[in-house]
Design a protein around this ligand. Structure first.
Ligand code: PLP
Length: 395
């Protein structure tokens, strides 16, 4: 059974279906072309060449030099390598925004760093950031981490302005951006010049799971997370995931080519989905204004229901979406992102993230609307308490 024929998949922020071209690109490296690219014989050299070609493609799309591309095992690793690696090398503490993905937030908190607030759209509060950096704190701030696109609500941080604040108030600090949710929506060439470190993850743009990138701009020196064979010019030890790297590059290349057209197409679908919901259901808010977020993000908060019950009904109708709540000591709690944004609890407990992507069609939107409107009406009439496990935001 093909999932794409039977499911209405509106969870592209969690992961994207792999592109057929990316699957095709990786196959030879899962069979005949199995050599270790670090070897010295001709077979190894030919595989190394494939890794180097993938590096060139990534560098072109990101807007950096090939030597600045470090292949990693996932987005989480890239974020940790940036934050932990900076602190281990240069000392000091890290600063991040309250709406960051846990891959950043937990790494910062674990290292004794500081978390600054966000505005009502989930973007870092620029004044709070400046204040946190300006205070003559000890230890000094060695790395600042602000995500390019938020994975829950889709808002876009102003990376150029953030870079100016960091350069002005903490000139010794490195600026890292978790750009894992960005490639489908934003030309990375407009982001890279402003940062020292940038994290990507292949499965968010049609590549395979378990492969990522950390861009380390020239002159940026980190302590590597992994000690070992010294691959990636001593920046990331471990035998290369060649198939994953080659497939990631192909997915990124195609994403870059299609980005503009897909932005237009998916903004249209997203607008229809959200407009129609707001029209048909009272007491629903669009969590973040559309002009500050990416085209594929449809995030709403529905008063009078709990996300978990709604997700259960959507799941029964084969509509895949996400909530943003987690169960803390038996009581529903809003996600850390919505809490930081100050969304009223009666709305945040009914949060629903629908994220559109390359495979989303008009028919998906029709289906989602029909199922969603009926489910919310049903829940508002008679609460449903399904005996299902927790489904938080898987991204
Ligand atoms: N950062 C953001 C913004 C994400 O959405 C994700 C997704 O899970 C990650 C980091 C982690 O990436 P990965 O799943 O490759 O570890």
């Amino acid at each position: 059974m093909n999932a794409r024929d039977t499911l209405t998949y509106l969870d592209h922020a969690a992961t994207t279906p792999m592109r057929a071209e990316a699957v095709e690109a990786m196959l030879p490296f899962l069979s005949d072309r199995f050599a270790n690219p670090s070897g010295s014989h001709r077979f190894a050299r030919s595989v190394r060449q494939a890794v180097d070609e993938a590096r060139d493609v990534v560098a072109d799309v990101v807007g950096c030099q090939p030597g600045e591309v470090v292949f990693t095992g996932c987005g989480t690793e890239s974020d940790n390598a940036a934050i932990v690696g900076t602190q281990r090398r240069h000392g000091g503490i890290a600063v991040c925004a309250a709406a960051e993905h846990h891959a950043v937030l937990h790494a910062v908190q674990h290292g004794g760093g500081r978390v600054v607030g966000v505005d009502a759209a989930g973007r870092v509060d620029l004044d709070a950031l400046a204040a946190a950096l300006a205070s003559d704190a000890s230890p000094f701030v060695s790395v600042v981490s602000v995500m390019t696109v938020n994975n829950e609500v889709g808002s876009i941080n102003p990376m150029r302005e953030i870079a100016e604040i960091v350069r002005h108030h903490a000139p010794r600090a490195l600026l890292h951006t978790d750009a894992v949710q960005a490639p489908c929506w934003i030309d990375l060439r407009t982001i890279t010049p402003h940062v020292d470190l940038l994290a990507l993850s292949a499965h968010k743009f049609g590549g395979p799971k378990g492969v990522g990138v950390l861009i380390e701009r020239q002159g940026t020196v980190l302590e590597p997370l992994l000690q070992g064979g010294g691959q990636e010019r001593d920046r990331r030890s471990g035998t290369h995931n060649v198939a994953g790297i080659v497939a990631m590059a192909e997915a990124l290349r195609l994403t870059d080519i299609e980005r503009q057209a897909e932005n237009r197409r998916l903004a249209g679908l997203r607008d229809r989905l959200v407009d129609s919901l707001l029209q048909q259901l009272p007491d629903v808010i669009e969590t973040v204004p559309r002009d500050v977020k990416v085209a594929g993000s449809a995030h709403v908060c529905i008063a009078g229901i709990e996300s978990e019950s709604l997700l259960y009904l959507l799941d029964e109708a084969a509509v895949c979406a996400s909530a943003a709540s987690a169960c803390a000591s038996g009581a529903m709690e809003p996600s850390h992102v919505l809490a930081a944004m100050g969304v009223e609890k009666r709305y945040s407990l009914g949060a629903l993230r629908m994220s559109l992507g390359r495979t989303t069609t008009d028919a998906d939107i029709d289906c989602a609307l029909e199922v969603l409107v009926a489910a919310v009406r049903r829940l508002r009439g008679a609460p449903v308490h399904p005996a299902v496990g927790m489904k938080g935001v898987p991204a």
